[in-house]
Ligand binder design. Structure first.
Ligand code: PEP
Length: 242
């Protein structure tokens, strides 16, 4: 399993104390899963030396190009240079607030691989899409754009129902199982020999008190955690729930 923290646009130098606390605990009692923190870009190079071998560092987005006249953008190569080994692409907040399309997300995925990063690709439906019974169609379409060349070693899917992100609401365990089963079937067909082993994280209001139940669901390969990853105590409780 992979438990990843997405700090979003949160975190200053003072937040490094949370990482130190996390590291101390994981060095004393190792995690039963892989652990990743994706801070804002400004903190990657400061956080990377603090994490030690037990915690990987990732970015929350990357540009498709490797360099050039793209003011404000950050290339995957720059993220790797700063100490990242992972990048998240296609988060619903990027899709919603920055108009990111499935084809752009595929370009960003390839950019991550080009720079040697492992990539978490986020997919998930809006509430209206779930209510109208279209959740699998929406996620299936997003998955159909996944870049060629994906392997169980270079890509993780995060299933994040958009209506569950930051709301405190989560799907039923049956709905999580059904969607993860659908994603597994789709990955196995699209990436023969690899799709059966790709991790499929669940994301959306994962907290210390619901993590253990979610991790028992078939095909759940960990979690992408937003709000509850900001404090070492909460993030650790989720890691320990594995
Ligand atoms: C996220 O940002 O990917 C997320 C799942 O957020 P939260 O855990 O706060 O719902």
């Amino acid at each position: 399993m992979l438990i990843a923290g997405n700090w979003k646009m949160n975190g200053l130098a003072s937040s490094l104390a949370e990482v130190k606390a996390l590291r101390q605990s994981l060095e004393a009692t190792p995690a039963a899963c892989d652990v990743l923190i994706c801070p804002p870009t400004t903190l990657i190079s400061r956080l990377a030396p603090e994490t030690g071998p037990k915690i990987a560092v990732g970015a929350q987005d990357c540009a498709p190009k490797s360099s050039g006249a793209f003011t404000g953008d950050i290339a995957a190569e720059m993220l790797a240079d700063a100490g990242a080994s992972w990048v998240i692409v296609g988060h619903s907040e990027r899709r919603q607030y920055h108009g990111e399309t499935d084809s752009l997300i595929a370009e960003k995925t390839k950019a991550g691989w080009r720079a040697g990063l492992k990539v978490i690709v986020c997919v998930g439906e809006l509430e209206a899409e779930r209510v109208s019974g279209k959740a699998e169609d929406v996620v299936g379409k997003q998955l159909s754009f996944l870049a060629d060349g994906a392997t169980a070693a270079n890509m993780v899917i995060a299933y994040e129902p958009v209506w569950a992100i930051g709301t405190g609401r989560i799907p039923t365990m049956e709905d999580i199982a059904a969607m993860h089963g659908f994603i597994r079937k789709t990955l196995a067909a699209k990436f023969p020999g690899e799709g059966d082993n790709m991790l499929i994280q669940y994301g959306g209001s994962v907290k210390p008190d619901n993590a253990a139940e979610i991790f028992k669901v078939k095909d759940v390969g960990g979690a992408l955690v937003g709000g509850a990853s900001l404090k070492a105590k909460d993030f650790l409780a989720i890691i320990r729930a594995v």
